[in-house]
Each structure stands twice: as C-alpha cells, then as structure tokens.
Design a protein around this ligand. Structure first.
Ligand SMILES: *Cc1c(COP(=O)(O)O)cnc(C)c1O
Length: 360
C-alpha cells in the first residue's frame, strides 16, 4: 500500500490508526453483525457511539458543563445562516471581524437576517494579517461578535482570542479546532465542519453555551434551530452516523496521543519546520505577516510564478498530494492538520530544498 502525504485543505488526511480501526470494524461492528453504516441511529450501539463522541470531545476541549455539543449537518456554511437565525434576535445587530473568504461568506449570510457591522478587516492587504480587535470596538448592544479563528485559504490565525466582554463571541473554528488548547468559556458558540480536523465530511460540530439556545423565533425551521438538536441530543432526525463514529475514533486517537497539549506541541513543531525553511529559502517565500501565521494552513509562493506548476507536478510525482494554492491566492499551500505526521512535513521540506537547489 502506497499512501501519499496529503496536504489538502479539506477533506484532508485522517490518522492511519483511525482508518485501520474503521477497516477492522467495517463488516461487523462489535458483534452486531452489521457495519456502523447499517446500524439504526436509535440502537444501543449507536447511542453509545454518539455519547462517547460527546464525552471525548468534552474531555479533550475541557468543555464546561453549561455548554452543549451538537452533531449537525450542512457544513460550516450552514452555520453562517444558522448562527444569525438563532442569535440575531435581540438588537438584530452583529459585529464581524473580516479576515478572508470564509468570513466574507459568513457576513453575506448574516446580512440576510439583520444589521452587520465589520469592526475590523484585513482586506486592505489581501488578508495577509489578523487585524487588532479590542473591546472598545464592539457594540455593547450587538447580539454577538463573529471571528474566523483560522483562515484556511489565506493561512492566517488569531494568536489571541479577542475579549468581547458580555457580548457572546462566535467562532468559525473549522480549520483549527482540536489543533491546540483553547478556553471554551471565552466563546458563546464554536462551530466547525468536520472534514479538516475532526473526521469525514458530512458532520458539523457546534459547541454552544446553553443560555444561547432557544432564542430563535417561531418562524425558524426545526432543522435550523439549535433547540431542536439540543432537546434531542442530536437525534431529532437521522444524523450522519458513520461520520460521527469516525469522529469518535479520531477523538480516541487524540486522547491516546496525550490530548491537546501534546497535539499542540507536535503541530508547533511541524509548522516551525516549514516556516523556518521559508525564512531561509531564496526561492520560496511566505506571503503572511509573521505574527498572524497559521499552524494549520501554510501558503507559500515562488516569485517566478512559471515554476508553480513545475513544483506542484514534481511534488505529486514524489508523493506530496494537493499542494496547489487556493485559486483566489495562487501559489502553493500545505495544509498540515492534526493527522499530517511530522515525517510528512520533514520530507516536504527536504523535497523543497532539493527543488530549490535545481531551480535557483
Ligand atoms: C472549510 C471551511 C468552511 C466551509 O466548510 P463547509 O463544511 O464546506 O461548509 C468554512 N469556514 C472555514 C474556516 C473553513 O475552513
């Protein structure tokens, strides 16, 4: 078997031990005589899977008791609408920090439901940095403040979570959830599509403070109301059962590794390796300001753009998959989520050094 190092921004690599465990259990899950995909979502087997997934995520992120974990569908993109539908209900106003393509989409959806104010933006410099946010910028009447903690396409990340005082902070954490320790109590809502750091596509995880549940107006469809899923423990209708099972296996893998402190240490080492090389390289460069750099998504450029295609092709031949940058940014991008082994980054850097030697 020849597995590649997959640098895709999402869906992305899953840990090999997780895939192997799923393979082992595929045809006959715990003597049920069925695969997880064939189990009723009301069966005892599946109840155990979803409650263990909930428990493990709580443990990993140290989620306080006054928060609910919801297992939903629709991706982070559906949360762009679900958040305002459920939270933009008092003043009808929300403050957004605009840091890239995903925040742009979140803003556009929220604008359908109320008054959106962009309180800080890095659009002036092509989203290559994270703008400063302090509490004086926040409308105390706003129903929430929205940030994108890690900007998957641009390769930036908040190094510090802004203090929003009494205004709930909502975070799109799709591309860096579980990559490092965070203080969940700073947030009102955290949401993430699963396909980057949690598991397969099809599952969306929402972590929400209980007092923010049950505020949606009656006109809100049941499937878009957090209360529906909170009241039913995410079993209102058929949830994405196999994706939840895979997420549970990923959470177990993370716990076995030593939890988020250890995951964070490994992620820092991986990112440092690549950034250190980009600093010294005379061919490759990072377009992102130093204090705003992401540990998960690392874009890099070659000033002579003609070489981009050559690099990407040769990398693919050598077993480094999906290094092409997002069409809106160009160049290259290495997404090195939790499941990317240190060895994958080491070998990529060695490959880049060799490419540089041939092309400078
Ligand atoms: C991938 C991504 C999204 C979109 O997620 P979907 O699950 O495809 O809707 C939104 N925000 C961020 C930060 C992402 O990385």
């Amino acid at each position: 078997m020849n597995r590649v190092f997959n640098f895709s921004a999402g869906p992305s690599m899953l840990p090999l031990p997780v895939l192997e465990k799923a393979q082992k259990e595929l045809l006959n899950y715990q003597d049920s005589g069925m695969s997880v995909m064939e189990l009723s979502h009301r069966s005892g087997w599946f109840s155990d899977i979803i409650s263990e997934a909930d428990q493990l995520l709580r443990e990993l992120l140290q989620i306080p008791d006054n928060y609910k974990v919801l297992f939903l569908q629709g991706g982070a993109s559906q949360q762009f609408a679900m958040v305002p539908m459920n939270l933009m209900v008092n003043s009808g106003k929300a403050d957004f920090v605009h840091t890239g393509s995903w925040s742009k989409k979140a803003i556009k959806e929220a604008e359908r439901f109320g008054e959106v104010r962009v309180i800080a933006s890095s659009e002036d410099e092509n989203f290559t940095y994270i703008p400063k946010v302090d509490s004086s910028m926040i409308d105390p009447e706003a129903d929430y403040v929205h940030i994108t903690t890690n900007n998957t396409i641009e390769g930036t990340a908040f190094s510090e979570i802004p203090d929003t005082g009494d205004v709930p902070l909502v975070a799109d954490m799709s591309s860096n959830i579980l990559s490092e320790e965070i203080d969940v109590s700073k947030f009102g809502v955290i949401y993430a599509g699963a396909q980057k750091n949690i598991g397969p596509a099809g599952l969306t995880v929402v972590i929400i403070r209980e007092d923010l549940i049950g505020k949606a107006p009656d006109s809100c469809p049941a499937m878009l109301n957090y209360k529906t899923f909170s009241d039913s423990d995410s079993l209102y209708n058929t949830p994405p059962t196999f994706s939840i099972y895979m997420a549970k296996l990923v959470f177990e893998w993370l716990k076995g590794l030593g939890g988020l402190p250890e995951m964070e240490r490994i992620n820092r080492e991986k990112a440092q390796l690549l950034y250190d090389y980009l600093e010294t390289s005379e061919l490759f460069d990072s377009p992102v300001k130093k204090d705003s750099r992401s540990m998960m998504n690392i874009p890099f450029i070659i000033p002579d753009k003609e070489l981009d295609g050559v690099f990407i092709d040769e990398a693919k031949q050598a077993g480094f998959e999906t290094l092409k940058g997002h069409r809106s940014v160009g160049g290259m991008r290495a997404s090195i989520y939790n499941a990317m082994p240190l060895q994958g980054v080491k070998q990529l850097v060695a490959f880049m050094e060799e490419f540089e030697g041939k092309n400078k």
